[in-house]
Design a protein around this ligand. Structure first.
Ligand code: FAD
Ligand code: NAP
Length: 368
């Protein structure tokens, strides 16, 4: 059996490569920092399809590792310790196992559950610093910390490019996580690693492809597609649109592409606006936008769907595929409800209709 390159490079054996591009997609004045990344696949032989995801294996920030090493009793020499904390251990968030270890080491002066609540938002170095100031006799070795922490895992990202348009490259669209919990600044490990700590054109990034056969373009390109992707949810749809435009350039007959995109403000947060505008002119791409914070009341992608119920239903009846990507917690649920409402409005049983769409793989979701 032939081993494909994307099977060769895995979680255990990621491909070591270079970051080619890293720029912000939001305009100055935005409250968000959403980045476009281009990663080199040059000689790897790695191939991917629109709909696939790329895993990026992050590294911890040097300053945070040094802070941690200063708070532990080291089991190995400092360089070895530094290296293992750089790539293998999640040091930005304590596990329940670590809280239990601390409770045991302090003869239950602390309760593990209460610790977890109190230190929600804390990185492990900040947690240990605080506890050691209260309980100077608390000693944790680096081996104990490794054994009682979660591993630093690769993060999945929906691929935002089609290989046909960008041979030898893979593109990502990533929201940099910068938030505050419990008074602590949370800088997401992987989104900040790629955004802030990787130099361009140096072989340092470790990646592997994840096939996602549940999120594919229709086999027949003449089939219309409806894509709902607010925020970073636009990522796989950039790949879909590029792939279908490539087919159009080859003279193939391709059905309607309709994108529902939303974000906070049109002036600052219209991701890939210029590209999308050029595709609207050149390839008849249809784009419906919902900028939630450009007016007093919120307008979301599902509100734009509600303004277009007849047309959406007509396309579904013609065999259109319906795709959703982005926030799972709120958006995907509301969009699902909006879709059901459209079906109901047109006299069909929503549960049965949606089941049929799902069974025929025409309702595909990539939500996180
Ligand atoms: C299939 C799939 C596709 C995806 N595609 C995309 C994409 O295209 N673009 C994109 O931007 N993202 C995408 N994601 C999300 C992505 O995988 C990451 O989850 C995201 O980038 C955050 O990772 P991070 O390492 O930067 O943040 P992390 O360090 O993992 O932090 C994530 C969250 O964990 C919480 N947290 C972290 N530390 C603490 C702490 N000490 N205490 C309490 N809470 C804490 C915070 O809520 C924080 O926001 C996708 C996910 C999946 C599963
Ligand atoms: N920490 C931060 O600063 C920060 C900021 C943004 C996103 N995030 C997180 O980062 C991840 C990626 O964010 P993202 O850039 O992809 O954008 P996102 O947060 O998913 O937002 C994209 C758009 O969706 C809107 N939205 C919110 N609730 C919705 C709903 N129920 N239905 C439909 N649309 C809805 C948002 O509006 P409103 O936001 O105006 O309600 C915004 O206009 C998310 O998990 C998000 O929670 C963090």
């Amino acid at each position: 059996m032939t081993v494909m390159a994307h099977d060769k490079y895995t979680k255990e054996n990621p491909y070591l490569t270079k970051l080619l591009e890293n720029y912000c997609l939001n305009n100055e004045g935005s409250s968000k920092d959403t980045r476009h990344f281009s990663i080199c696949l040059d000689s790897s032989g790695i191939e991917y399809l629109p709909g696939d995801a790329l895993y990026v294996c992050p590294e911890n920030e040097d300053g945070l590792i040094m802070k941690l090493l200063g708070l532990l009793e080291l089991s190995k020499d400092k360089e070895s310790e530094f290296n293992r904390f750089k790539t293998s251990v999640n040091i930005t968030r304590a596990s329940n196992k670590l809280y239990k270890l601390i409770a045991a080491k302090t003869n239950d002066k602390y309760d593990a559950k209460a610790l977890a609540e109190r230190f929600n938002g804390f990185s492990i170095p900040n947690l240990l610093k605080e506890l050691k100031s209260e309980e100077p006799s608390l000693v944790i070795t680096s081996d104990e910390l490794v054994e009682n922490s979660s591993m630093l895992l690769g993060r999945a990202y929906s691929i935002a490019s089609a290989l046909s348009s960008h041979p030898g490259e893979v593109h990502l669209c990533i929201a940099r996580v910068d938030e505050e919990i419990n008074g602590q600044k949370i800088l997401g490990v992987c989104s900040n690693y790629l955004s802030e700590r990787v130099d361009l054109n140096t072989e340092t990034v470790r990646v592997y492809v994840h096939n996602n056969d549940k999120f594919r373009l229709p086999e027949n390109p003449e089939t219309p597609i409806i894509m709902v992707g607010p925020g970073t949810g636009i990522a796989p749809f950039r790949a879909f649109i590029e792939e279908r435009n490539f087919l159009r350039d080859q003279g193939k007959k391709v059905g309607q592409d309709w994108l529902f995109f939303g974000d906070q403000k049109q002036e600052f947060d219209y991701l890939y606006a210029n590209e999308l505008k050029s595709y609207q002119d050149k390839y008849n791409l249809k784009v419906s936008t919902a900028f939630s914070r450009d007016q007093e009341h919120k307008i979301y992608v599902q509100n734009k769907m509600q303004e277009n119920t007849a047309e959406i239903f007509k396309l579904l009846e013609q065999g259109a595929y319906f795709y959703v990507c982005g926030d799972a917690r709120r958006m995907a649920k509301d969009v699902d409800q909006a879709l059901k409402d459209i079906v109901k409005e047109h006299g069909k049983d929503p549960e049965a209709y949606i089941k049929e769409l799902k069974d025929s793989k025409r309702y595909c979701r990539d939500v996180y």
